[in-house]
Design a protein around this ligand. Structure first.
Ligand code: 5GP
Ligand code: MG
Length: 176
């Protein structure tokens, strides 16, 4: 484990097993739809989406959005910017947003609002990790991998100043 990291939070094995479980549940829930549109939130969700999408047994396509959050602690609700939009038509589609992590919940809440306004046939969310202690908005997550404590998590797509994204496990960064 790199020096800057304190401990492993979720091992490669735990993640692989949970992703397979989520994919099985999603494949079963969407068994009757023509096609599922997976919307990955760049950049953090790219690894989770890659693994999840390959475990699904139903017809699906993959597209991406990129979002940026303004400011820090003082950011007011809704101050999230769409940097990259979908290429795919959302109207009439069965959309599943795939996100790496939910902290305050503001980013995902905003994205869901934005997509719902485009008239999808259905809209749900799949999140790998959530920090329940940090939630600030009322947000229902349809498929959740894990709840984690209020720490800065890295690995499996999650970064710390662009480092550690490609670690196969999720670890806690050593503060300071
Ligand atoms: P929100 O507060 O809107 O739920 O989360 C905003 C964004 O903060 C997430 O999409 C993610 O990019 C980032 N974030 C929040 N907590 C963590 C964390 O523990 N590790 C990493 N790498 N990113 C995080
Ligand atoms: Mg994210």
């Amino acid at each position: 484990m790199p020096d800057a990291l304190r401990s492993v939070l979720l091992s490669e094995d735990e993640i692989r097993r949970r992703v397979a479980e989520l994919a099985a549940q999603i494949s079963s829930d969407y068994a009757s739809v023509d096609e599922l549109l997976l919307v990955g939130v760049l950049r953090g969700a790219f690894i989770f989406l890659a693994d999840l999408s390959r475990c699904l047994t139903i017809p699906r396509r993959v597209d991406f959005v990129a979002l940026s959050t303004y400011g820090g602690e003082t950011t007011t609700p809704g101050e999230v910017r769409l940097l990259l939009d979908l290429r795919t038509e959302v109207r009439g589609a069965h959309v599943l947003v795939v996100e790496d992590i939910v902290d305050s919940g503001r980013t995902l809440a905003l994205l869901l609002r934005l997509l719902r306004a485009r008239g999808p046939a259905s809209l749900k969310s799949c999140v790998l990790v959530r920090k329940p202690a940090r939630l600030e908005v009322d947000l229902s997550i349809d498929y959740l991998g894990f709840d984690i404590p209020d720490v800065w998590a890295v690995g499996y797509g999650l970064d710390w100043a662009d480092r550690f994204r490609t670690l196969p496990y999720i670890a806690v960064v050593e503060p300071g």
